[in-house]
Ligand binder design. Sequence first.
Ligand SMILES: [Zn+2]
Ligand SMILES: [Zn+2]
Length: 363
Amino acid sequence: LLGAQLLLHAAMLQIRTLLVDPGVVEPENLGNQLFPADAVGEPKAQVRAAQMAALNPSCPVRALPERIEDVGLGQLADSDLLLTGLDSRASRLRVADIAQQLGVDWIDAAVDGSGERQLGVVTWFRPKEADLACYGCRYDGDALAEIAREQRTAPCASWRNRELPDSPPTLTASPFGGIVSGWQMSFAIRGLLGEGDALAGHQLQIAGGAPPRMRSVRLARNPTCRFSHASPPAASPSPDGDTVGDLVCAAERELGAPLDGVRFPGRSLVLGLVCPACGGRQERVKRCEAVSDAELRCPHCGSAECLPLELGDGLDAARLQTLASHTWRSLGIPDQDLVVASSAGREIRYLLRPAIEGGGAPS
Ligand SMILES: [Zn+2]
Ligand SMILES: [Zn+2]
């Protein structure tokens, strides 16, 4: 709903755009999302890119038909601004982390999708200013646990987060979506021109009742926020080679000491599997969302779904050694993702190299 008009404005304004959307055009999207009727069944990202190219062929656009959770940080690393219209709090938490890691402003737009009232907000986050509110400032531990549960498949809770429940289609009519995304793009233009100082940390609230109302509020910074407001140091491109061992060698050379481990901020890795039926174990290490059904099958008794022995966001020194010959890709790590290597309290941050097309097939 919000992306439709936002992206058409971006095309007309010649704004270099990377658009990320995992969705497919559904018949019910035709009523309010500005998709052509013959696009039903096609990936939304590609249809939007084609619409933008039709409006302005010289506007640079790249489409990624993926979930934002599956996009490597480096793919977004040269962004001047993140603009989102998302349908879950978990996705917003992921984008909040991306914005924090990259130190880039993020303008999020949202509407009440129930169709019962016209409410919209446009919120400007600026991670580089630690005193401003971050997206996570509003949530305490209980709320964060609830968000984590929302991500699980109903009714059978899976630790994999693979089959996300489809969010219901937004029932908001397209004119109101256009108003909200119009403000979002107006803010974006200010941001790109470096004129956003008075808006960062604020939320524009739009209510389309009779009469319509609009106000801007400054969001409160939570002094006990559970998320870091510190700006991390910049990441450098990873050294040559695409295996775990290549990166370990280079990081140890740079840090001058053996690594204690590496971690992938914001990621969840399965560290070994155990079969609930026979108790048999597998040494599998992989990003949770990337584990396939075949990999979950127990090799000992054939039971369908093994469980993780342990989940974590990184690999310790012993695992790095065991996995030295593996490619990052075979561990399900997204292309160009952020990896932080540490040794005796010192850290080095790398963005993994783009995989060469056709090479490094996932195992
Ligand atoms: Zn915060
Ligand atoms: Zn088994």
